[in-house]
Write a protein that binds this ligand. Structure first.
Ligand code: HEC
Length: 233
């Protein structure tokens, strides 16, 4: 619990920083937590494109494997990228925070709870909103997070957006079509929404068990009532 609080507290200052982008139109992420394949793809992309810098350290690999229907062998062989990590470990990243802060000017925050703090639509839009800006250290800026210290790590997939004179953006040079890129970003967002509330998956199926239990309990209670009142009448 203490760790969760710390995570929330460390996220709040960066929220204030991003306030400049608060009035930007957010696109709807449209994620589906029952789409296990999408969550698996999201985990895969997250591990390969994001986990080098960002941890999701309130999650363990084996828990995620269980929730997303992945065997422990597949988890180990296909999804884990941090050297020396074991499937029972927390999903930490490989770079020390102090170095990261030095390299980027801001430490990449842990992302376990980012979807809860920022919202899924913010996250989805953020990953789509990097654009060319020479004045920034990595040559890119972001419309929903102005002056962000993160490079556009998905540039090979999306391409680079360049602002036109009329304010619109033209994106070129990506390996994926715009629709394919949207899906990748939706998968990653879905995985992070799941990470922020892993119990949500369980809660939904638990609901049916609770309803079933109440129904059976109702029948038992009714039969008991009949039995008790039989002699009274
Ligand atoms: C090269 C290192 C690096 C990689 C790789 C990287 N990021 Fe980041 N990211 C950063 C840094 C640094 C920041 C802090 C930006 C700031 O505060 O200005 C950041 C910030 C963020 C934030 C904003 C968090 C907040 O609420 O303040 C999100 C969301 C995010 N990254 C998501 C991702 C995702 C998703 C990926 C993979 C597709 C990714 N990042 C890959 C370095 C990285």
């Amino acid at each position: 619990m203490k760790k969760l609080l710390i995570a929330l507290v460390t996220l709040v200052p960066s929220l204030a920083f991003a306030a400049g982008g608060a009035n930007v139109h957010l696109e709807s992420a449209n994620i589906d937590l029952n789409d296990t394949e999408s969550l698996q793809r999201g985990l895969d992309k997250f591990q390969h494109y994001c986990a080098g810098c960002h941890s999701t350290q309130y999650q363990r690999y084996n828990r995620v494997a269980e929730d997303l229907d992945i065997s422990l062998d597949d988890m180990r062989d296909k999804y884990m990228v941090v050297e020396g990590a074991k499937v029972g470990d927390l999903m930490e990243n490989s770079i020390p925070e102090v170095d990261a802060a030095k390299w980027f000017g801001a430490a990449p925050p842990d992302l376990t709870l980012v979807a809860r703090v920022r919202g899924e639509d913010w996250l989805y839009t953020y990953l789509k909103s990097f654009y060319h800006d020479e004045s920034r250290p990595f040559g890119v800026n972001n419309t929903v997070f102005p002056s962000v210290a993160m490079p556009h790590v998905l540039q090979d997939l999306q391409g680079l957006s360049v602002k036109q004179e009329d304010g619109s953006f033209v994106t070129t040079g990506g390996k994926l079509t715009a629709e394919e890129y949207d899906q990748v970003v939706r998968d990653i967002t879905g995985f992070l929404v799941y990470s922020g509330d892993p119990v949500k998956l369980e809660r939904e199926s638990l609901g049916w068990w609770v309803m079933g239990f109440l129904f059976i309990f109702f029948i038992v209670a009714y039969l008991l009532k009949k039995e008790y009142w039989k002699d009274v009448h």
